[in-house]
Design a protein around this ligand. Structure first.
Ligand code: SF4
Ligand code: SF4
Length: 426
């Protein structure tokens, strides 16, 4: 096998795996699919065999494409195997071997990186919901005829704000009094379209905490979806565009509210060779990247006085927890709300099955994983499941529907719940 293929597959890194199997109980796909090839250890072995020419690239396609990328395996691995790099390399090799598909290319090259297309998505969804078309479509099962299971997800979408409201958003929120921090807000692609209100609520919490907030012009999709599907070159171009956008002004924090996006942003420096100019610029960018929960805890500018009579459980985003290592901050914020009862899940570390576009392209497998998660949720019996990532939020809404408990349990983004508690500046 060529050295280039070995390098792309992270062959050297596969030797760090000592085959101990400690990662197996942590892996959702090993649990639900019950195959060694669908475990972290099995996948690493397969990649090694492909690099050595003992297996073909196609042999690793299914096991690799069925990996959630949740990184739960990395948190328990005693030898600190760089599984993320091995997985990304394998996905890149698989993507290069795949025949090009025009629809897929359109989504990754044109749709996600474009704020105009994201606006169009938000406006079209608003019109679909507002015009009554959604009700008709659901009544007659029209979306069930779509090639992908979008009917499940469109039913879980939140109500879209009117286009006028979206257009009316400022790109700079300055305080009358001196601010305690200058925040560059990473708005995301889907997040700013489908979860526009959550972005606005994030801004409001930052303002009440004493910060000023700027939406830098020229920012784009973080590139996580591209990286998850092996489009590494495209994800590097998006990283450069974001670094340039946030370099226009000096920021104390670059804040995001989506665990999956944040995990990509904090790894931008790994995309460039050490010592290069882009690597140095990426390091400066990454130093400022924070999840909203970290910044709210660090600024400590909010006081929660309103009592909220609600029982909640927290479903951590895998990428927030396992990649960004943000674990205690969301819980610390929830614990500040008077009256709120926080019940811990039995297995909070177990992925919900959302994982970027995994639940769309591997629908059946994602639902098996979601069913395990929902058993845990129902056992805890909360009023709300709190999440910190848009994909997890939609997945939990879907799980709640599947379990038939939608009148009893709801799902909410951490930011939306915090603002509902109406905290005031200290
Ligand atoms: S825990 Fe780490 S070293 Fe052990 S089998 Fe899993 S990946 Fe390999
Ligand atoms: S990333 Fe998640 S699904 Fe993939 S091997 Fe690791 S634990 Fe299993």
């Amino acid at each position: 096998m060529s050295n280039l293929l070995k390098e792309k597959l992270g062959y050297d890194k596969t030797f760090d795996c000592v085959q101990c199997g400690y990662c197996l109980p942590a892996c959702p796909t090993y649990e639900t699919m019950e195959k060694e090839t669908h475990s972290p250890r099995g996948r690493i072995n397969l990649v090694k065999m492909v690099a050595e020419g003992k297996a073909s690239v196609e042999d690793m396609r299914e096991p690799i494409e069925k990996c959630l990328g949740c990184m739960a395996c990395t948190t328990v691995c005693p030898t600190n195997v760089q599984y993320g790099a091995i997985l990304e390399g394998a996905k890149q090799v698989l993507d290069e071997e795949k025949p090009r598909r025009l629809v897929e290319d359109f989504f990754f090259q044109t749709f996600f990186p474009s704020s105009k297309w994201m606006d169009a998505l938000g406006n079209a969804t608003w019109a679909y919901q507002k015009s009554g078309l959604q009700k008709i479509s659901q009544r007659f099962g029209l979306t069930k005829k779509a090639p992908l299971p979008i009917h499940e997800f469109e039913a879980a979408l939140p109500p879209m704000p009117a286009p006028k409201k979206r257009r009316g958003r400022a790109d700079r929120y300055i305080r009358k009094r001196p601010s305690v921090a200058k925040v560059g807000f990473f708005q995301g692609c889907v997040m700013d379209s489908v979860f526009f209100e959550t972005n606005q609520n994030t801004v409001e919490l930052l303002l009440r905490s004493g910060a000023e907030v700027v939406f830098p012009e020229g920012q784009t999709c973080c590139g996580a979806l591209h990286a998850h599907t092996g489009k590494v070159d495209a994800s590097i171009e998006l990283a450069k565009q974001n670094i340039e956008a946030f370099e226009q002004e000096g920021f104390d924090y670059i804040v995001n509210n989506a665990g999956g996006c944040g995990a990509r942003l904090i790894e931008y420096h790994h995309l460039f060779e050490e010592g290069t100019e882009w690597h140095n610029r990426a390091v400066r960018f990454v130093e400022c990247v924070k999840d909203i929960s970290e910044v709210l805890v660090q600024l400590d500018g909010l006081v929660f006085e309103k009592t909220m009579d609600r029982t909640v459980t927290y479903q951590p985003s895998c990428h927030l927890q396992n990649v960004q290592k943000v674990t205690s901050e969301p819980l610390a914020l929830l614990q500040k709300i008077p009256g709120l009862e926080l019940r811990e899940l039995d297995r909070p570390d177990f992925c919900c099955g959302s994982a970027g576009v995994y639940n769309i392209v591997n629908y059946e497998d994602a639902m098996d994983i979601l069913d395990v998660k929902m058993q845990d949720v129902c056992g805890v019996d909360p009023d709300s499941v709190v999440t910190s990532n848009p994909g997890c939020l939609l997945q939990m809404k879907l799980g709640i529907e599947r379990e038939g408990v939608s009148g009893k349990i709801d799902s909410v983004h951490l930011v939306d719940l915090l603002l509902e508690a109406d905290p005031q500046p200290k």
